[in-house]
Write a protein that binds this ligand. Structure first.
Ligand code: F6R
Length: 364
């Protein structure tokens, strides 16, 4: 059942190109997005005045990335909230708001409660859900099904990747309908998305380099992931993968926020992973990495092919292919998943079933 892989997590990491392709193909007809199954009319899309994305854990991290992508492409204000907070904080929602609930299982108690709260207030809801017929899928007004297939490993990989695709498709569809991108940009974005599966595949093929590096981190006490913008969003996910399966404390920090306190934790040899996929933010994050190095940090840089001057700063580098910068999260997450996996396996831990965790969190 593990199809020759040692663990479900590694099998599911390898299933990502297919999961991403299947999810994308489910809404593509003749090279254009057809979201009729999701059920939004152009009229509905034009009416949306804000979006609130609500989720837990990795699904919340998808929301953090989606916020940047939807705001930038479709010019709709977006906020992303943790379901466990949203449900109790008496959120103010506008009549024409869209509440998007992201959930692999469709059964997460807090996410389901958030959905019900929005519905009680008469707000339109959309579920991005993987499990057909799950509670969130049944109760949401509209559903965008991710086609990741069954995910067994507790730490999500392929569901996260397909949720990103759903978010990109919504962003692009909202953008073309609302006229914030033109037809040429629309087609270009779809073509870029269609190339993501092959690029993900290529990154997975380079896994030995990550394995070699990860094996040296087994005694790490703390690991910091830093980035700005979408690189911050993927840092959140990289950090969660690391701590949940390797039991090494890690934190994700918006790179510019480090000097407001956290940098005091950097000691001789502390691993700091800088994520640099956004060209406008590249130099800014490099400066933050240099600040860490001068406090003794050991630096890994994760960036795109071509940014070879990162080697002046980082002690270890991982290069990934380029895509449209809105979609870089889909590529940057792969080495970070592999890092978490290999650190866990090098420590001899049960990577598929980390202690204290359940696959589906049906209690609040
Ligand atoms: C982390 C992980 C969790 C889930 C979270 C939400 O690897 O898998 O953080 O993302 O529990 O679960 P769903 O998506 O089922 O609502």
């Amino acid at each position: 059942e593990k199809a020759g892989f040692e663990h479900f997590m590694m099998k599911e990491i390898h299933e990502q190109p297919k999961a991403v392709r299947d999810t994308l193909n489910s809404v593509l007809v003749d090279g254009k997005l057809d979201m009729s199954a999701v059920g939004f009319s152009d009229e509905d899309i034009k009416k949306i005045d804000q979006i609130c994305i609500v989720a837990c854990g990795s699904a919340y991290h998808v929301g953090v990335a989606a916020q940047y992508v939807i705001e930038d492409l479709a010019q709709i204000p977006v906020r992303t909230e943790l379901a466990s907070e949203f449900r109790y904080r008496k959120p103010l929602l506008s009549k024409n708001e869209l509440v998007i609930i992201v959930s692999q299982s469709g059964e997460t108690a807090d996410s389901l409660a958030a959905l019900r709260l929005a519905k009680e207030k008469g707000i339109k809801t959309l579920g991005i859900v993987n499990v057909v017929g799950s509670s969130i899928a049944r109760e949401a007004d509209n559903v965008f099904y991710t086609l990741a297939g069954p995910e067994i490993a507790v730490a999500t990989t392929k569901a996260y990747s397909t949720q990103l695709i759903a978010a990109y498709c919504l962003a692009i569809q909202f953008a073309i309908v609302r006229g914030t991108i033109d037809e040429a940009k629309y087609l270009e974005l779809i073509q870029e998305m269609a190339q993501l599966p092959d690029k993900i595949q290529k990154i997975i093929e380079d896994k030995e380099r990550i394995q070699w590096f990860a094996a040296k981190q087994v005694n790490a006490k703390d690991i910091f992931f830093i980035g700005r913008g979408l690189d911050y969003a993927v840092s959140l996910e990289g950090s969660l993968k690391m701590k949940e399966i390797s039991y090494i404390h890690s934190e994700a920090y918006a790179a510019g926020e480090l000097k407001h306190g956290t940098i005091s934790l950097i000691e001789d040899g502390t691993l700091v992973i800088g994520v640099l996929t956004q060209s406008e933010l590249y130099e800014k994050t490099v400066s933050n990495m240099v600040e860490c190095r001068s406090r003794g940090a050991y630096l890994m840089g994760l960036t795109t092919y071509g940014n070879y001057n990162i080697e002046d700063t980082a002690d270890f580098t991982v290069y990934i292919p380029k895509t449209d910068e809105h979609f870089m999260t889909s590529l940057a997450v792969i080495p970070l998943q592999l890092m978490g996996y290999y650190v866990s396996v090098s420590k001899g831990l049960d990577v598929d079933k980390p202690r204290n965790l359940a696959k589906s969190v049906t209690v609040e």
